[in-house]
Write a protein that binds this ligand. Structure first.
Ligand code: PGA
Length: 244
């Protein structure tokens, strides 16, 4: 079934503490009928978040193991996440690819295991500044997509385009840069019989959301730093506000 709702996700990375968790309880008033919202929190706060998050904010994890269970010290399984009613999981975030050498084939396993356990994966793809400068970024992104979605068809998951050079830089990609990639990703998904939304991430803020929301082909956003406090709600409200 095709998902028609837009999606806004927050990614707290390793920047949150219990104060951030308790702040979210105040987000109740956000109108969410036409939009899906999640916040990807550090594992250790899943229990607290599952208690204080309002119903309209879905709980998400920032990663999961590519194994069902077994001797994998320090890892968290899809089943562990299910115990806390986690609805979404980020898979293949560029920081995990860079800092933990995550390969596309491991990411492929993670997507499969999430879907099997009814946790909706959000596959993150994105090129470095160097790859963009060299000009072959479409091939690079296609390889990330193709290898990460190997053997997957007639399934539904979301994809976040997050250029590494825009993440945490304070400078989002331009509308034409985003449009070029999102249209391609949608085409690749269609050709692979994958259904899902395409969102953008990389320095999305309460300052630039009004401009970014004009990009027609986008189905939403993934927000890092600005998801840590009430800026997140401001972004959602500005995003939902219809232009006159
Ligand atoms: P940022 O991070 O919004 O702080 O740039 C986005 C992300 O890494 O998901």
């Amino acid at each position: 079934m095709k998902i028609t709702k837009k999606l806004i996700g927050g990614n707290w990375k390793m920047n949150a503490d219990l104060n951030n968790v308790n702040e979210v309880a105040k987000y109740k008033e956000v109108i969410t009928e036409q939009i899906d919202i999640f916040i990807a929190v550090p594992y250790v706060y899943l229990r607290d978040c599952s208690k204080v998050f309002p119903e309209n904010i879905n709980l998400a994890a920032q990663d999961l193991s590519c194994h069902e269970k077994g001797p994998f010290t320090g890892e968290i399984s899809a089943r562990n996440l299910k115990d806390f009613e986690v609805k979404y999981v980020l898979v293949g975030h560029s920081e995990r690819r860079a800092n933990h050498r995550e390969s596309n084939s491991a990411i492929n396993e993670k997507i499969k295991i999430s879907i099997k356990n009814e946790i909706r994966p959000v596959l993150c793809i994105g090129e470095s500044e160097e790859v963009r400068r060299e000009g072959n970024y479409l091939d690079f992104l296609y390889l990330q997509f193709k290898e990460s979605s190997k053997d997957l068809k007639n399934v539904s998951f979301d994809i976040a385009y997050e250029p590494i050079w825009a993440i945490g830089s304070g400078k989002a990609a331009t509308a034409s840069q985003i449009t070029e990639i999102i249209i391609k990703i949608k085409q690749w998904m269609k050709e692979s019989f994958i259904e899902g939304r395409c969102i953008y991430g990389g320095s999305v803020s309460n300052k630039n959301i009004e401009k970014l929301k004009q990009i027609d082909c986008l189905d939403g956003f993934l927000i890092g730093d600005s998801s840590l406090d009430s800026r997140f709600i401001e972004i959602i409200e500005k995003y939902m506000l219809k232009d006159l």
